[in-house]
Design a binder for this molecule. Structure first.
Ligand SMILES: [Fe+2]
Length: 371
């Protein structure tokens, strides 16, 4: 299986992994032959990269980070709880959160158990999902990334549960933002962005008085856009004043926002998103946390085509848990000449060989993110 830019896929190629919608229903099945029309439709939906079948990488399986069961359960609960909050807000009623904490704790437990069973660094989460409402998938992805980071840093079980709950609810304030602004496909005006920027405080106010939600969870919602140098919002807090959990969520939030498929820009690949995070070390993000995050996520996704420093072209076939920037690759061409039979190199063992380029990044220029 290979991960390629949708734009470069030849009609007739077979899809390697199904594409789902937010309800977990399959939009396109694995193995389906991609016609010109389907490929165009995928691009219109903002799907810039897809997995395809490929003879040379037939044996490569790209495993999902969380099981389908966990994902479907999580999306179902997030949707239900967020929609019920949104309805309560519309009716000016106090928020009914009888099941919120119980359901969400169950989701956090399932995600944690899935993450802990994986030996490899965390793969990209956003490659095969089409969103009808981005906030549900985003809340789930941020929770998975935040928990992977938190496990890497080494928090206790109790703390992991608190962090996971904070991550699931970090953007709950967005339920009070008009959907024309929230789901606007293009760039936001200054006024619209000012409205978006109210969501941390709105979320905090929603959560702080709920009987079965701890105050630290409410602070995750309040502070996840705060940055170390005080340039964040809503309070412009600096380093020591920002809660550690909110710092973790802030990193996962940015990573998911820039690596997700959105119609108005192409997604970044993990190595680009990590570069972005590294460029904000000590100004926006805590250095220790960014380093831990780069150990927790896979820098080069399995299936992606890379160029090595000696002009060999290869496909990433396996992660190295100890160092995700040096995966195992399968060489398919040397100096522009396709090989009759390919061979594998473990970049952990051949430290003189480096990855200098990723094929899919040439798909289209990335424009700046929404938030
Ligand atoms: Fe947010």
């Amino acid at each position: 299986m290979r991960l390629v830019a949708t734009k470069s896929v030849e009609p007739g190629t077979k899809l390697g992994k199904p594409i789902f919608n937010d309800n977990g229903q399959v939009l396109l099945f694995e193995g389906v032959e991609l016609t010109e029309r389907v490929l165009e439709r995928l691009l219109n939906l903002g799907i810039s990269f897809i997995y395809i079948y490929d003879e040379r990488t037939e044996d490569i399986v790209v495993e999902d980070v969380i099981t389908d069961e966990t994902r479907h359960k999580a999306i179902k609960f997030i949707k239900r709880e967020f929609q019920s909050i949104s309805n309560d807000l519309k009716l000016n009623m106090s928020i009914n959160c009888d099941y919120l904490s119980r359901n969400f704790s169950e989701v956090v437990k399932s995600i944690l158990s899935d993450i802990k069973q994986k030996e490899d660094a965390l793969a990209l989460l956003s490659d095969v999902y089409v969103y009808d409402n981005y906030i549900f998938t985003h809340s789930l992805n941020v929770t998975v990334y935040t928990l992977a980071l938190a496990v890497e840093v080494g928090f206790t079980e109790k703390q992991l549960m608190e962090i996971g709950l904070g991550a699931l609810l970090h953007d709950v304030g967005k339920m009070a933002i008009p959907s024309e602004i929230l789901n606007k496909p293009g760039r936001l005006t200054r006024e619209e962005f000012d409205v978006i920027k109210t969501h941390p405080k709105v979320g905090f106010d929603m959560l702080k008085n709920l009987p079965n939600i701890s105050l630290v969870t409410a602070h995750c919602a309040l502070q996840h856009h705060e940055r170390m140098d005080g340039t964040g919002y809503p309070q412009g807090l600096t380093n020591e004043s920002i809660h550690l959990y909110a710092k973790l969520i802030g990193i996962a939030d940015v990573f998911d926002a820039v690596t997700s498929h959105r119609v108005y820009r192409r997604p970044m690949l993990p190595h680009e998103a990590l570069e972005l995070l590294y460029s904000g070390v000590n100004t926006q993000f805590d250095k220790r946390l960014v380093e831990a995050f780069s150990r927790a996520v896979a820098v080069y996704p399995v299936g992606v085509t890379v160029t090595l420093n000696d002009e060999r072209e290869a496909i990433v076939i396996k992660q190295n848990k100890q160092l995700s920037s040096r995966p195992v690759v399968r060489v398919i061409s040397e100096k522009g000449k396709k090989l009759e039979s390919s061979y594998d190199i473990n970049l952990m063992q051949q430290i003189n060989i480096t990855i200098v380029e990723i094929e899919s990044t040439q798909a289209a220029p990335a424009s700046s993110k929404k938030e």
